[in-house]
Design a binder for this molecule. Structure first.
Ligand code: ATP
Ligand code: ATP
Ligand code: MG
Ligand code: MG
Lengths: 261, 261
């Protein structure tokens, strides 16, 4: 059962938008998708209108050891469930600083949840982990729990700079904490095909990272920025838009790469 | 001597672009501006092409107690000097977790630097602190060291959500660590006047935050995204562009609000 961490320490590149809409694209074809919001901003939680911040959230699962099943909420979108974030997550580094194996807490919580849910025949088919814009303890928990990393990026100058650091962290986590971790792909988001900058950066990415670069592109389109205001995925808000088309194509490409039917 | 923290935990809203170009706008009128890059991504350091990551950086100043003056580098842009970041900053939460007064390290380093520099008659006229997209120990150091907070934001749905949390953190820092801290203003960045979403969010901001909302607007323009690739500010890269105009206007408005001539 694939677990995908959606991560880039660069801010504002489309991580949350990808978690919400890739999740919805997979959910609407009958799969059960579990989303986990690991960002203190709780943007994914807000995006899919589960923003009441009732306990337990991801914070209580990681810090107090609450079972994950107590934090899972059903969502209006077909096939989706969510472990919400809460603003308390911004204090998690301090809260976990003395905890043994602090980077492995999410992995253990997910494994316990999946084992128990499988016994009842109702586990998720796929897990998506939305990460904050940093390489701190929450992102490390995601990398240690996941088997794949999806890296959204914006096709602008700062995108190239951060990739080397990110891939180095992935390599270290794979070596020390999670040997099955691999990079699923690099996903260009917010692509504005009219600018030279975008084309230049895409060229550099292809040169440096070769086939890690996915075929899919998520074009910049205001409908994707409007959907969170309505608490919906792009499929519920604007099913015939470019945004829906692009996330549909991404779901198809990743199903191929993951070997899902 | 004003010290301004440029902060928003939301990622990709224009913090680094504002630090570089507001700094350059003030520097070219004869002021001495010290920039401090507190983000492990080191985007400000790269933006102004000081990206060789030699020690000491902000990391050694905070963790090893190296004097700030050893980390300050002169830049090509007139009037600007920089304390560079380094990727080591991503491990700072762990490095400082047991340190007494860990949120006050930057304040003490800046005070020592300014006192000594003033004795030689060469201190900065203004300090700008570029923060990472989080409310962790680095941003708290910036808030404890600064007397003003400038909040760049993108006029999109997630912008409104984060403001309440950010203002609450500013209030707590002002009460417990830094009584002189106030909000200088909220700066709309990446503004695309053609979309309804932008106009809607601006309306909500004016309603909720009143005169905290600055008059200035930074319009979305590809030249601002191209300038970092050349290691220059917008004034060196495209002096007649909308981006240069907007940051010039911002520098004028803030000089008025700060009572600088
Ligand atoms: N393809 C797109 N077209 C237009 N707007 C987009 C697109 N993708 C994302 N956005 C908008 O851009 C902003 C940043 O996207 P998002 O919040 O998903 O990025 P993020 O990487 O999760 O940010 P953070 O680093 O803060 O977690 C949001 O306002 C979002 O609505
Ligand atoms: N007004 C603008 N017009 C066009 N592009 C812009 C503008 N301001 C910033 N950008 C670009 O948008 C991206 C995000 O901006 P920037 O890196 O300054 O944000 P940030 O808040 O510092 O991000 P982070 O949260 O990762 O530190 C960058 O690629 C930058 O070049
Ligand atoms: Mg996000
Ligand atoms: Mg930045």
């Amino acid at each position: 059962m694939p677990r995908i961490a959606i991560l880039n320490q660069k801010g504002g590149v489309g991580k949350t938008t990808t978690a919400a809409n890739l999740g919805a694209a997979l959910g609407k074809t009958g799969r059960r998708v579990l989303l986990v919001d690991l960002d203190a901003q709780a943007n994914l939680t807000l995006h899919l209108s589960a923003g009441d911040f009732e306990e337990p959230s991801a914070f209580e699962v990681l810090v107090d050891g609450r079972p994950l099943r107590e934090a899972v909420r059903a969502l209006a979108e077909p096939g989706l469930a969510l472990v919400p974030a809460s603003p308390d997550l911004s204090g998690i580094e301090q809260a976990l600083s003395g905890t043994i194996g602090r980077e492995l807490l999410l992995r253990d919580a997910l494994e316990a949840y999946e084992t128990e849910a499988a016994r009842r025949g109702e586990g998720p088919d796929l897990v998506l982990l939305d990460c904050p814009p940093s390489l701190g303890v929450l992102s490390l928990n995601a990398l240690a729990a996941a088997d794949q990393v999806l890296v959204p990026l914006q096709t602008e100058f700062f995108a190239l700079q951060g990739m080397a650091q990110l891939l180095e962290v992935v390599r270290l986590v794979a070596r020390r904490l999670n040997p099955r971790l691999t990079v699923l792909g690099i996903l260009p988001c917010l692509v504005d095909a009219r600018t030279n900058l975008s084309a230049e950066v895409l060229g550099e990415l292809r040169e440096h990272f070769g086939d890690l670069l996915l075929e899919s592109r998520i074009r910049k389109t205001v409908k994707l920025a409007e959907a969170p205001g309505f608490g919906r995925s792009i499929f519920a808000y604007a099913p015939d838009s470019k945004g829906a088309e692009d996330y549909e194509a991404l779901a198809r490409e990743l199903r191929g790469r993951l070997g899902l039917r």
